[in-house]
Design a protein around this ligand. Sequence first.
Ligand SMILES: C[S@@+](CC[C@H](N)C(=O)[O-])C[C@H]1O[C@@H](n2cnc3c(N)ncnc32)[C@H](O)[C@@H]1O
Length: 238
Amino acid sequence: MITGKLIGVGLGPGDPDLMTVRAARLISGASVLAYPALPGTESFARQIASRYISEGSHEIVIEIPMTKERGPAQAAYDLGAGRIAEALDLGRDVVVLCEGDPFFYGSFMYLHARLAGRYDVDVVPGVTSVNASAARLQHPLAARNDVFAVIPAPLDNPSIRERIASADSFAILKVGSHLGRIRDLLCELGLADRSQYIERATLSEETRMTLAEAPDPAPYFSMILVSKGVDPWLKTQS
Ligand SMILES: C[S@@+](CC[C@H](N)C(=O)[O-])C[C@H]1O[C@@H](n2cnc3c(N)ncnc32)[C@H](O)[C@@H]1O
């Protein structure tokens, strides 16, 4: 039996102009698309890709409840993977839309984990929200031998401190309701003035602020970039 291919496609951080040419081509040619959505809302991934979606393509919407417990979301991915598998078993390729990059905290990983052993898979990388935020904030991330860290805000303070201690520069993702705690921690570490906050990077509603001005709670699509210092070699003339 010839089965279809599962194709995870990175869409970039929000501005459709930041999608790769390959992503746009695959989406335009897709007869079956799948994407996550919060129950009762329009999928952000679909919004980013909308200009490329062909009329008549079959869309599999995977509604992911935003609960603290992992169970309901896992059940939703089980259901979504099952519906995708039905299309793959009919020999149809399925393009899965994923905001940013599929393998960088991407929702696609939950489907990949469920389907990769059974079906042929392709993954198309996308511009991550970290790279996009750095560009928008004109915040260089790492040079020469700098160590750059990605830190999820839901980690507890001792874990975050540990990671900050071993990095020259870092991004704090998933800030949301943790903003106040993270701000206090960065102030305590003397890094507040070296921090930049951005929300909805590259979208028309994008907002950039100092850490002091950042809203608490912050929206889901927000992050903080911090650099402990600029490498002096960057300014040295050879
Ligand atoms: C589950 S991760 C998804 C990351 C995504 N796959 C990527 O490659 O960037 C969600 C987190 O990414 C960050 N994020 C995603 N898009 C963003 C944007 N447009 N502006 C700022 N932060 C963003 C936020 O910190 C958000 O809480």
